[in-house]
Design a protein. Structure first.
Length: 125
């Protein structure tokens, strides 16, 4: 069972500025804010951005991405719009991905550190 996911960031202030509004669109709030990490969840921290422990620069990892499941297609659309408005790079506009599943509706964005994040739903509307 998955408990939480952490990604590296080179700049916590930039991560907060990007993820606060993006996570709000997914129904998640900031649940952690410490010197070396910021996290989001619904009660518990399920997703966080962390400065590297050794002080080295954070780098996006080898095709790793995080997908957040939402209830409606409108939430996928809002996630994408807000993420791009906050400086994210579009990596796949909202739409059906029938090669995954006939009802797989998703959008993909790279955050300011280059991490790939996704919002997905299987809802018909």
């Amino acid at each position: 069972m998955l408990h939480h996911v952490s990604l590296g960031t080179a700049d916590l202030d930039r991560a907060r500025a990007f993820y606060d509004p993006v996570m709000r669109e997914l129904g998640l709030t900031r649940t952690l804010d410490v010197e070396d990490a910021v996290g989001y969840g619904a009660g518990i921290t399920a997703f966080s951005l962390n400065l590297p422990a050794d002080g080295a620069a954070a780098a996006p990892g080898n095709g790793v991405h995080v997908a957040f499941e939402v209830e409606r297609r409108a939430a996928v659309d809002a996630f994408f719009r807000v993420a791009v408005e906050q400086g994210g790079m579009a990596e796949g506009e909202p739409g059906l991905r029938p090669h995954y599943d006939a009802h797989y509706y998703a959008a993909f964005v790279r955050d300011p550190d280059g991490n790939k994040i996704e919002a997905v739903t299987f809802a018909a509307a």
